[in-house]
Every structure is written in C-alpha cells, then in structure tokens.
Design a binder for this molecule. Structure first.
Ligand code: PMT
Length: 400
C-alpha cells in the first residue's frame, strides 16, 4: 500500500556550514537530485574553505547568491519545503538556539515555516559539551529534526560521536521526515465523517450506522502530515483528533453549509461521511403519535455535498467514498464519473468485519488511471496509505 518518490519536485534549501564534513555535500546534493528534489544551496563563509560552489553546482545545486537583490532570505524561506543544514556545526546550532539572524542561513531559518532538519558534525567533546547538549535540547523542543551524528573516526584524529551522517542516511531521514510531517503543510483539507441525522420530530430521525472511524482516521493522518484540517462531522462518540479543527453538525444540510463555508480555503476535500440522501419534507415540532397502523413519510432529496464541491470553480482535489453492496468496483466507477471527482474509495458494507463501525476496512481505489484493490487493514493504516496516495496526486502548491 505504499511506495512513492517522496522527494520528487520537493524544494530543499541546503545550508552548508563550516565543518570538514562539508566535503561530503556534493554527494548529498547528488543523492537529493537523484531522488527528484530541487536543491538550492546557501554556503556559509566558513564552509567555502571545505567545499567549492563549483562542485555543488556541477551536481545540480542552484547556488544562492546572498548578495543578490531584494529580500533573498524571505524569498528562500517561502520557497523551501524543507530547510536542511548539513553539516551543522556547534556554532550554527548555538545561533539557531539563540534565534540569531546575522547571516542569510540563520535569517531564513527564522523566517521560514518549513520544517528544519540538521545533520550535526563536530568533534566528539564539542558534541557532548553541556552547551551543545542544551542547544540541541532547545532545538528538538522546537521541532527541529536531527539526523545523526554518527560515531567513528573524526577528522581531528579522535574517535566518538560527532561524525556527520552519510549522505544516504540523510536522504533516508529526509524522506521519513517528509512522509510523516510537514509534507502537506500548505494544504487546507476539509474532511466529512460520520452519519448525518435527519430529524422527523423532536424525538426521532433517520440516520445510518457510520461511526466516523474512517473519516476521523483520515483527518488525523492528514494533520500528522502537516495539513490544516477541518473535520465536519455528524454526531459520533469519537474525540476530535489532535491539531484538527472539528465542527459537529446533525443534518446533511448543516453539513453542506459547514463544508461550503470553507470553499475559499479548501485545497482538498475528503468526503467520508455517510450522508443521508433524503430527509423528511417536514420536521414536526411535536412528537408523532402512534395512532395510525401505517405511516407514510415524504422524503425529499438532500444536497449532494461532494458533487457540489466538485463543481466549485476552481474545485479542490476531491476524494469520495462509495459504500456499496454488490459489484463494488463497477458501482464505484460510475459514482466517480457521476459526481465528477478525482478519486473514489470503494468499500463494501455487506462483508463481515469491515465497513460501518468496524475497526478494519477493505477498499478499492479508483481514479481516471484505473483501480487498485488493497487488502483488509485497520482503518488507521488505510487512512495513512490513502493520504500518501492523495499526496502523489495533489497538484503542487504554487510558490508564493
Ligand atoms: O464511519 P465508519 O463507521 O468508519 O464507516 C466508514 C464508511 C463506510 C461510512 C465510509 O468508509 C464510507 O464509505 N463513507 C461514504 C458513505 C456513503 O455515503 O457513500 P455513498 O456511496 O452514499 O456516497 C458517495 C460519496 O458522496 C461519499 O463520499 C459521501 O460522503 C458523498 N455524499 C453522499 C451523499 C450526499 N448527499 N452528499 C455527499 O457528499
């Protein structure tokens, strides 16, 4: 359920500071470029003693001229999907911890909202020094990612912790960072979940068996990847996941209004809610008496929220679910076409152990390219894998 070139077209600012390990950075740039990333390099003055700009440019780095016109630091800070400092000296770690802004690299680190990742490199005693430990603790606390350092022979002739991680290890760490945090940082997602409740009278109404588990897992997975998530949910027993903005509604019409209120700020719409297709034409203000032997209730069509969102101009990337009995794939394909959406996730609701209210699900993903069936798995796992599939398909957020 996974495999993706996570760094394809990702914009990486590589800050190189003055340590011997800077000689490894052309190799690091080569790895990043081969993984599909676009790399802009900020070379500190001290780093120039260890690596030549020409060597970096030769392997595909775009060298940044810090004497260029305009606000280079702001431009880079906005451009970056991630800022990586490798090697990161004890000096730059202390300046980052202090919030210094006295050169291009530290200034852009202060100005960016992109995740910051450092690969420290220094003598083992410097690495273990209480001052460095305190600086690293401050940076970790602020969410800075650390790669390494490794242990081994050092340029100073000593041996111990403080060696910069190898370029391949840094690449892997970056891919992992990407896969879990910040990769949807600029994406505003709206997710619907749970069942709607269509009141008939003050006591009764029409609803369905959706528990919200699938939609809540998706909202959590999107937030874990850094998206800003609004979860519009029917009544459920579930807590709103951390870092998710929750809006609770009852009826399909309320759900529609809550979703469309986000229309101007929606890059991604995921409709996992089981929305009632019909509602009673009239909601009685008094409790219906059981006088008659039979009862006829007139139902009227509810708005189709997903189809309406797909018709917005411009539409967000739209993901729908198809809860089906019977020929799952054929029915879901038709539903995708009818609603005009990008991706549909078909799930059976007539199989034991999956679907409504279960912890597991079995899904088939269908887009314009075709269909892929996934094996039964926990909804939380399916949500994470689905988010990765969405990330592959999402149009790139334009550079500000
Ligand atoms: O909540 P759980 O217990 O975890 O169960 C998960 C689930 C089975 C409810 C979920 O995986 C799922 O399939 N959700 C969609 C259920 C559904 O209403 O399917 P549908 O085939 O009727 O609708 C198709 C799509 O249109 C759905 O994305 C639905 O959210 C959307 N829709 C439907 C009707 C409507 N009026 N407005 C909509 O937006």
């Amino acid at each position: 359920m996974r495999d993706m070139p996570v760094l394809q077209d990702r914009r990486i600012v590589l800050g190189i500071t003055g340590g011997v390990a800077a000689y490894k950075t052309p190799e690091l740039v080569r790895h990043l470029r081969m993984a599909g990333a676009v790399v802009r390099v900020v070379l500190s003055r001290a780093a120039r003693q260890f690596v030549a700009a020409g060597a970096l440019a030769a392997v595909g780095a775009e060298m940044v001229d810090d004497r260029g016109p305009g606000m280079v630091h702001i431009e880079l800070a906005r451009w970056a999907d991630v800022v990586l400092i490798a090697p990161a000296t004890a000096h730059v770690l202390s300046r980052l911890a202090a919030g210094a802004a006295d050169d291009l690299l530290t200034t852009l680190c202060l100005a960016t909202e992109a995740p910051l990742c450092v690969a420290p490199a220094m003598n083992r005693i410097m690495w273990l020094n209480a001052a460095t430990c305190a600086n690293c603790a401050v940076l970790r606390e602020r969410g800075v990612g650390f790669v390494g350092p490794g242990e081994g022979a050092q340029a100073c002739g000593e041996s111990g912790p403080g060696r910069m991680s190898e370029p391949g290890e840094i690449l892997t760490a970056l891919e992992r960072l990407w896969d879990t945090a910040g990769s949807l940082r600029k994406v505003r997602a709206v997710v619907t979940a749970g069942a709607t409740y269509e009141a008939l009278d003050p006591a009764r109404g029409f609803t369905n068996r959706s528990s919200g588990k699938m939609g809540y897992a998706l909202a959590a997975a999107l937030a874990d990847h850094g998206a800003s998530v609004t979860l519009v949910s029917g009544p459920t027993a579930l807590p709103i996941p951390p870092r998710v903005h929750g809006i609770t509604v009852m009826s399909a019409c309320q759900m529609r209004d809550a979703v469309l209120a986000c229309r101007e700020e929606m890059d991604l719409f995921v409709a996992a809610a089981a929305v009632a297709d019909y509602r009673p034409q009239t909601i009685l203000t008094h409790k219906l008496k059981k006088d008659a032997e039979t009862l006829t209730v007139t139902l009227v069509r509810n708005p189709d929220i997903l189809a309406e969102v797909a018709r917005l101009n411009p539409p967000p990337f739209t993901v729908g679910f198809a809860a089906e009995t019977g020929d799952l794939e054929t029915l879901a394909r038709a539903k995708r076409a009818r609603k005009g959406i990008d991706l549909i996730v078909a799930n059976p609701i007539d199989e034991a152990g999956v679907g409504f209210a279960q912890d597991d699900n079995r899904v088939i993903l269908i887009d314009k390219e075709g269909a892929v069936a996934w094996p039964t798995a926990p909804k939380t796992e399916i949500a994470r894998a689905l988010v990765r599939e969405i990330m592959k398909r999402l149009p790139r957020t334009p550079s500000p």
